[in-house]
Ligand binder design. Structure first.
Ligand code: DC
Length: 232
């Protein structure tokens, strides 16, 4: 068989990026962070000072924005119209704006098209909110990662502090719950677990244990598919 598509969805701060990167590395697959793509559009909206209510202009911007991932050394970097925006898309402003930007139908259509092109050949680990439900509903390996709201706020705070940002745990917790609510209640591709996704609750697991669990789901699925292929 061709290499499968691995989808990892879940709420903000569940550890999706770190886990997806680790899984992709172990399997020798390509890692694709779809949240970074919504953030890149948000970054450009800020640059062009477009009001968030102007969906027509934001959709036009998303349609013409050139978004690329490039692996430089062991690091994956993201470029928007040729500019390296890897760090710029992580500012609190871009983070906040990425959620309403991602709720715009035209933006989702464009990014989902791009994501399908990036992943259709298989051998990818793609993480986001709607990868197993909308982008690749027929993906072979689907995981839904989650953790309690307290644990997710704790992890996000730690991550930002490691980057040297001065952040407050309570404020991060509030922002996360606001984003969760918005991401799961929107009409366009809300965050939800695909019926055939394996749920992994990560509160009491180490990063290595979570990666192992995802790899186990992958291996089991691949061996099942190979077995079925043999029978034909
Ligand atoms: O995973 P993240 O925090 O980088 O995502 C940024 C925003 O983009 C978040 O508010 C949810 C949204 N998003 C989405 O709607 N669909 C995806 N596949 C990925 C992210």
């Amino acid at each position: 068989m061709t290499k499968p598509i691995v989808t990892i969805d879940g709420p903000a701060g569940a550890g999706k990026s770190t886990v997806a990167k680790g899984v992709a590395e172990r399997l020798g697959y390509i890692y694709i962070d779809t949240g970074a793509m919504y953030r890149a559009v948000a970054w450009k909206v800020i640059q062009e000072k477009i009001p968030i209510s102007d969906h027509t202009r934001i959709t036009a911007l998303a349609n013409r924005l050139d978004i690329r991932f490039e692996k430089i050394g062991s690091e994956q970097r993201i470029f928007a119209d040729g500019e390296d925006v890897t760090e710029a898309i992580r500012t609190p402003e871009a983070t906040r704006l990425s959620s309403p930007v991602s709720a715009i139908k035209g933006v989702r259509k464009r990014l989902v098209d791009l994501q399908r092109k990036m992943g259709e050949a298989g051998g990818v680990v793609m993480e986001g909110r709607d990868i197993g439900t909308v982008v690749f509903p027929h993906a072979e390996v689907k995981v839904f990662l989650t953790a309690s709201a307290t644990e997710r706020a704790r992890r996000r705070t730690e991550e930002l502090r490691e980057k040297g940002l001065d952040v407050d745990l309570d404020q991060i917790a509030e922002e996360i719950s606001e984003r969760d609510l918005r991401d799961s209640s929107r009409s366009e591709a809300p965050l939800k677990q695909a019926p055939d996704a394996v749920l992994i609750e990560t509160d009491s697991l180490t990063l290595e244990q979570v990666i192992d669990a995802v790899i186990a789901v992958h291996d089991e699925k691949v061996s099942k598919i190979n077995h079925e292929d043999d029978k034909e």
